[in-house]
Design a protein around this ligand. Structure first.
Ligand SMILES: C[S@@+](CC[C@H](N)C(=O)[O-])C[C@H]1O[C@@H](n2cnc3c(N)ncnc32)[C@H](O)[C@@H]1O
Length: 219
């Protein structure tokens, strides 16, 4: 997927001293360095288990909660925002999560270069930046090229779970995935998902939240 337009702008914001310490001390322990060769998840997690990748884990509350309640699945969180990464690292340490690791990099490059094809059991995309201005819509992550990339990386039967509080982006995600012959919509399916930090903010503003679930077709 050739692209110069990114789905994020790096605004680091304020990093607390505790987050900074986590970045320095815990990233080497719980982070996976970005690399342009395929990752051996069996080696990373020292076991064979389904692997779910999350794009944009933010402050990581939901990410950590999901990993804690699903110990038989391994999770890779991908995020670029320093304070959020620091915050998630602290949670991995405090909760002693052995099934959650983090990559500090652009998730599109991670998918393309580090994740073997047909290897993921699931992909999470919770409250992606909605880029509400029309001239910024091109920055939205979910576009046809992204759907093709997601389909390539998911194992047959694997799931893509997105959630957004931006109705018009929900419509776009729905349209893009529905028009891919490689996905089928799973309207009845419901994945349990704890409320995320951004979701809480959206709910406070009266935004409706929509979850979208698609399955990677077998062929
Ligand atoms: C609106 S926040 C939502 C965070 C979290 N999922 C939540 O619901 O609280 C979107 C996050 O996605 C991250 N992000 C956006 N594009 C990304 C990309 N290409 N790779 C990694 N992270 C990305 C941003 O840094 C930001 O933290």
């Amino acid at each position: 997927m050739k692209r110069e337009i990114r789905s994020y702008v790096l605004r680091q914001g304020r990093t607390t001293p505790a987050q900074q310490r986590a970045l320095e001390e815990l990233l080497p322990r719980f982070g996976i360095p970005f690399s342009n060769s395929f990752l051996d998840t069996g080696q990373v997690f020292t076991r064979t288990a389904p692997v779910v990748l999350e794009i944009g884990s933010g402050m990581g509350e939901t990410t950590a909660a999901i990993a804690q309640s699903n110990p038989d699945t391994d999770y890779i969180a991908v995020e670029v925002h320093g304070p959020g990464i620091g915050s998630l690292l602290k949670k991995i340490d405090a909760l002693e999560l052995r099934n959650l690791r983090l990559i500090r990099h652009d998730a599109v490059a991670v998918l393309e270069q580090m994740i073997p094809d047909a290897s993921l059991a699931g992909l999470h995309l919770f409250f992606p930046d909605p880029w509400p201005k029309k001239r910024h819509h091109k920055r939205r992550l979910v576009q046809p090229a992204f759907a093709a990339l997601a389909a390539r990386k998911l194992a047959p039967g694997g799931y893509f779970h997105a959630a957004t509080d931006w109705p018009e982006y929900a419509t776009q995600i729905d349209a893009v995935l529905s028009s891919s012959p490689l996905f089928e919509k799973n309207s009845q399916g419901k994945k349990v998902r704890p409320v995320t930090k951004f979701e809480r903010r959206g709910i406070g503003l009266g935004h409706p939240v929509r979850d979208l679930l698609f399955l990677r077709r077998q062929k």
